[in-house]
Design a protein around this ligand. Structure first.
Ligand SMILES: [Zn+2]
Length: 277
């Protein structure tokens, strides 16, 4: 158990939302750190956070994917934009892990502009880009850059706030004032993505699949956001793989494997093995 994180998360949660402790919550299992027990509320999202590693719903979907496919990124060349804290803690000692942000940050080790990435073609095995592109004016350029810096056979994980009701992405007219764009799209967002988001990735050259999970997995690992009684705002994560051309050498150890027990370290808070699937 990570005592310091656990204490900080409980304290923060108790101050912000003390009423949550009057409710009885079921035991959940974190796909990243293996903690099993009560999760904590974050704002309006009950049971959103794992108290042992600070993971939230989206992080645990990614954790499920990595574990399912036996992917261990702790020694791979990884580019991770605006890293989520649980993964930054896991991988920061990997000398090939580039945790990039647009400015210097405690949870980053490099300044990286997604539209002009300062690495050679085919440098990375893996790339993680969650909730970044909605802030980027030239998102197509950003997607092209992600494709360029990945090795053939390498993969990128993408997610954006995606409006399921919208077939096509809405781009604001060029003369619309920034304040109005922000009012419509949300803080610092420059567009509203629709269901065509994965098409944008495939048009750039990625081969696309989506991380899916069962309702049971959703409940067990708390992968969805619950507002009131309804499950909403399900974060969809798309996996974009760079096609391998004849003559290309593939990065090693990145092909999804059926061995779900390999890879991500498990430090279950109660000493129980982390068992998924
Ligand atoms: Zn955790």
């Amino acid at each position: 158990m990570n005592i310091i994180v656990f204490f900080q998360e409980y304290l923060r949660s108790a101050i912000r939302r003390p009423s949550q402790f009057l409710k009885k919550y079921p035991s959940r299992l974190c796909t990243i750190c293996g903690y099993e027990g009560r999760f904590l509320d974050v704002g309006p999202r009950p049971e959103a956070r794992c108290p042992n590693c600070s993971s939230k719903e989206r992080d645990r979907i990614m954790g499920l994917y990595l574990r399912r496919n036996g992917l261990d990124l702790s020694d791979k060349a990884v580019l991770h934009f605006s890293p989520e804290r649980p993964f930054f803690r896991l991988w920061r000692r990997n000398p090939r892990y580039v945790a990039g942000d647009v400015k210097i940050s405690k949870v980053a080790n490099a300044v990286v502009d997604i539209t002009d990435i300062q690495f050679d073609d085919g440098h990375f095995d893996y790339l993680i880009c969650h909730h970044i592109l909605e802030h980027v004016a030239e998102d197509a350029k950003g997607i092209d850059e992600c494709l360029r810096v990945l090795k053939p056979g390498g993969s990128a994980l993408f997610s954006v706030p995606l409006d399921q009701e919208r077939a096509e992405t809405w781009e604001p007219p060029p003369d619309m004032p920034a304040a109005e764009v922000e009012r419509i799209c949300g803080w610092d967002h420059v567009r509203l993505y629709g269901r065509d988001f994965p098409d944008k990735l495939s048009k750039a050259g990625f081969s696309i699949s989506e991380i899916t999970f069962t309702q049971e997995e959703g409940e067990r690992h708390r992968l969805t956001e619950k507002h009131g009684l309804a499950l909403q705002g399900l974060d969809r994560i798309f996996v974009g793989t760079v096609p391998v051309e004849a003559g290309d050498s593939q990065p090693s150890g990145l092909s999804p494997s059926a061995d779900a027990s390999a890879g991500i370290p498990s430090n279950s808070a109660r000493g129980k093995a982390l068992v998924l699937d």
